[in-house]
Write a protein that binds this ligand. Sequence first.
Ligand code: MSP
Length: 516
Amino acid sequence: MNKIFYLTTPLYYVNAKPHIGHAYTNILCDTFARYRRFRGEKVFFLTGTDEHGTKIEKAAREQGKDPRQYVDEMVPQFKELWSLLDIRYDHFIRTTDEEHKTVVKNVLQQLEKAGDIYKAAYRGWYCTPCESFWTKLQLAGGLCPDCRREVQELSEENYFFKLSKYQSWLVSYIKENLEFIQPEIRRNEIISFLKEPLEDLSITRPRSRLSWGIDYPTSKEHVVYVWFDALVNYITAAGYSVDATRFENYWPADVHAVGKDIVRQHAVYWPIMLHALGLKPPKKVLAHGWWTMAGAKVSKSRGNAVDPAELVKKYGVDAFRYFLLHEVTIGNDGAFSEDLLAERYTTDLANNLGNLWFRIASMLEKYFGGKIPVIRQSHTGDDLLEKSFRLWDDVNQAMKNYDPRTATSKIWEVITRANQFIEEKKPWVLARREKDSDDQGLEKVLATLVECVAHVGGILSPFLPETSEKILKRLQLESELTLDQESFSKRWIKEKNKIERGEALFPKLDEEKAAS
Ligand code: MSP
């Protein structure tokens, strides 16, 4: 059996509702997943929620709720947003799932048996109001880095995982597998971090200080540290230690998409945990940048988060997806502003793609009563069709590098060219001329345009699934596509296909929207 293409998002903390940063990772992964399915590959796309630890326990308590009740109430907010954004995941994992707890325990027992875990005193600085433990390095001028209040030096017994034992293995692995951490800037950061000796990782917290976590299998006084618990999710979902056949088909994951702030956990702790278990590291940790607003990272705590659901309501899901996929190269930060989104909506979507569709459909209605002319062998002589067929290779090339910005740019080059083609060929002039000649010019021009817009509609499906489906359905073409290069580079329009113009693909923004 062919290995499944397995990709993951981080598990989101549930202590606030999801914002544009979380939406971004899920849209990226959804696009990668749809793209692979579109090529006929089997895909397993995992997302979910991170539900244990101090942050969550504290947020629950602030609302006077039991953590279990609190997390159960928060999770639907994530699922609702993913559905609104057309995120077609295959599984939603919660770290509170019973199966996950079993796998975390199995992992810990295996590591204990292998001699990779030991118990020792953990010295650190504790901030009572924040209930956070900090290392000396994390302190800000001797104060709590979160609230800038005094901290107390404390020592507690914890279990430690021997990260240091595997440091040299990891360094060689990273250097020998350049595709493992991308982009390069993040790889270099990790390589320079690994120049210093790694400290072993404290993987428990005393239950007296934090009770909301997975029980440590061999000590009633400890619960598992939230990051250790959360990282294991990627193998839980693949069936580790419970379903060997499934695991063999799924692991290693093809890509873990993460934000640049959590690369260390994914590219240092996680591969070492896996290696200690005798498992392969994921093939790729792909780190994207941050969305900022007014110069600061969009975050729940800063309260400057724009609500993705509101934006979708105003501009539609595909406009939001297009903006996030197209605006930045993966890895770079992006400045978000609603003005910029409105501008892209108007220029790229309404005026370019929307207008192309409208012009083609209107001309077909006007000149052919909605029937679509078919390109016959003799209908050649323009590069537009060639360019449309070539989109397969161009998009493929970009998506091999996880680069939806380049992929969408290539698609928009063809859309722009098609609009120019209409200006050059002037079908309205040809229509007048044909009345008194048997010249097939008009038919050729429109047949070419309609093939072009059909192929654009097809290749858009991983990126703008709703728009893609509209275009294909309005041309009476199959909208759940699975394609390869050969089937893409064919003409799709058959004798007797009819066109339905439909509503504008991207209606004009009203004054209020455009101005906000
Ligand atoms: N729970 C951990 C991840 C565990 S994965 C086993 C966590 N959760 S988080 O909710 O705080 O963040 C999840 C992801 O959102 C991270 O990848 C983070 O980089 C991303 N983002 C948070 N704010 C962001 C922006 N403003 N822009 C882009 N992504 C950002 O970390």
